[in-house]
Ligand binder design. Structure first.
Ligand code: SF4
Length: 562
């Protein structure tokens, strides 16, 4: 089986020390990326760690496919305990960091402890150094990237950075890379901010080769020739269809379609797109650099989820206003989905849907924890009572679009996801719209035959996050191609994916998560029966916990505790 190569680099930012450690046995069983981060985190983070304390660790990891010259591989993974969900969580970002990370020669970097002073950590193949940067306190992401470029000659493709939101421990702060790409969901930016780490740079010349089959070039060629609408409109290409089938959350989830969709649709985004945008090595190039000629506003996106959160869900009908929200979140270091949903909750409480000035002012207040922003920075699950609105979250994470009230399989997927109401954990929605071949499609309504498919999707997505392969490769990947690319049986890969999901679940069980957390703020038909079938398919207990016997099998491959 193909796997990432290189030692683990552990960096204690409190002691300002670093050490490397060979983890070859672990790499053989973990592929890389999310599986590697999850196995390390499960073994090395105390089950009772404070997400914002020195005892929480953060893991950055690449996979074997970051050695490819293939499309869909410009991504990498980060893992830690989330201050938003309070559970173990991995987040995934595109952009151009992955190749520079790989060039350091490490398979993974572990950040431990907490610094007394604000620092930048410089990681190279020659060692690790620490730079005190008190002058960057509450600097925005572009300001921090400009400083690193000026002082060290390293562009933003070498960096991960937190904005004011991360420093101020906003529970849905992102870690930004390549300036406009985000490890977005779950607040890992607050974890780095709580460690007083403003940025980490990655630079080197020690890439370790991984032989990959010629299939990579076949897939690359198909991506370059593809006529997918995503190549013009990215994820926003689904917006009009999602609205038509009533799967687009609107005005803080009070409606399922938006009468102003034509003002914020994929067509409007495409009109503002002024050039191609991509990630490392990717010919599919689905990203969306946009510019509004009238105001001079430039950003990247909005993606579909941001159209929902800061568009329909906030009652906004001007694409430029959504672009501005998107840009503010990137500059301040905020996850656009959670930030938009939290702002929508505030607008619902004030009956002020559609007030773009109030929205932009509120986003800034959240990042600096100013006034009402301090309340909203805690996330919907923690502040909805004070606002007097419903709690639209699962396990503390605000909802992505693709509404489960219409797409019932995606609804079950939101409930079972170890990281809460996120659409990319299983990605059931393409099978219900449907965006897949008719043979693979499901009816939107009900859960019949869906739990086994949900388990397969969660497992194979864990493999994509470990390889690391972009989820938007789905039209290009078959069972046989997974096997050829990673030199493993599909069933073997699914088993590794299943271990990742079980380790996350077991870690979270130790923190009190069980069946009661696999829940939704709305009803879908036969939900409890669907949940039973899901647990059966996983061989888990019917209270949503992982049996000790399953963990014993997995732990044989996990590293021993320090
Ligand atoms: S498909 Fe899009 S998000 Fe995925 S690697 Fe390519 S450009 Fe990046």
């Amino acid at each position: 089986m193909k796997h990432v190569r290189g030692p683990l680099c552990t960096i204690d930012v409190g002691e300002q020390t670093s050490e490397t450690e060979r983890i070859d046995d672990l790499l053989e069983s973990a592929i890389g990326g999310r599986a590697l981060g999850t196995k390390l985190a499960h073994a090395r983070i105390p089950f009772d760690a404070d997400p914002l304390g020195a005892d929480n660790n953060l893991y950055f990891a690449t996979g074997p496919l970051q050695h490819a010259t293939m499309s869909f591989t410009g991504r990498m993974s980060a893992t830690g305990v989330s201050p938003l969900t309070d559970g173990l969580l991995s987040s995934n970002a595109g952009g151009f960091l992955s190749r520079n990370f790989t060039a350091t020669g490490y398979s993974a970097v572990e950040i431990t402890g907490a610094s007394d002073d604000l620092v930048i950590v410089h990681v190279t193949d020659d060692g690790v150094s620490f730079e005190a940067v008190p002058e960057l306190e509450e600097a925005t992401v572009p300001e921090t990237c400009a400083y690193i470029d000026d002082e060290h000659g390293l562009g933003s493709e070498h960096t991960v950075v937190v904005g004011p939101a991360g420093e101020n421990e906003v529970r849905f702060a992102s870690i930004m890379t390549s300036e406009e790409r985000a490890f977005g969901r779950g607040g890992l930016g607050a974890v780095l901010g709580a460690k007083n780490v403003k940025a980490i740079t990655f630079d080197g010349d020690s890439t370790r080769e991984v032989d990959l089959p010629a299939l990579q070039m076949e897939i690359h060629g198909e991506a370059a020739q593809s006529d997918s609408p995503m190549r013009d409109q990215g994820t926003t290409s689904v917006a009009t269809y999602a609205n038509m089938v009533e799967a687009l959350p609107t005005r803080y989830f009070s409606e399922l379609s938006y009468e102003h969709i034509d003002d914020i649709s994929g067509d409007r985004v495409e009109e503002k797109k002024y050039k191609k945008g991509t990630c490392s090595a990717c010919a599919f190039a689905c990203k969306l650099p946009t510019k509004d000629e009238e105001t001079g506003l430039e950003t990247e996106g909005p993606e579909y989820e941001t159209l929902m959160a800061f568009g329909s869900n906030s009652g906004v009908d001007d694409i430029v206003d959504v672009m501005k929200s998107n840009k503010l979140c990137d500059e301040l270091g905020l996850d656009t989905i959670s930030a938009g949903d939290v702002v929508a909750a505030y607008l619902a409480s004030e009956d002020e849907f559609g007030d773009a000035d109030l929205i932009h002012e509120t986003v800034e207040k959240i990042a600096y924890r100013d006034g009402i922003g301090d309340t909203l920075a805690e996330g919907v699950a923690r502040c909805h009572d004070e606002l007097g609105v419903d709690n639209w979250s699962v396990k503390g994470m605000e909802f992505a679009a693709h509404d489960g009230r219409t797409l019932n399989g995606q609804g079950l997927a939101f409930a079972t996801s170890n990281r809460g109401a996120d659409h990319m954990y299983a990605e059931f929605y393409p099978y219900e719209y449907p965006l897949v071949d008719a043979d693979d499609a499901f009816d939107k309504a009900g859960l019949e035959n869906k739990p086994p498919k949900l388990v397969e999707l969660e497992n194979i997505n864990a493999i994509k996050d470990s390889a690391v392969l972009c989820k938007f490769s789905r039209d290009f990947m078959t069972t046989e191609r997974f096997e050829t690319l990673l030199d493993a049986d599909y069933e073997e890969l699914l088993a590794i994916g299943s271990e990742v999901v079980a380790l996350e679940r077991h870690f979270n069980n130790q923190r009190g998560f069980d069946r009661a957390d696999d829940t939704l703020p709305y009803e879908i038909p036969d939900f409890e029966q669907g949940l039973d079938e899901y647990y059966d398919e996983r061989d888990w207990n019917d209270d949503g916990t992982v049996p000790a016997s399953e963990l014993e099998t997995i732990s044989e491959t996990a590293p021993a505790d320090d």
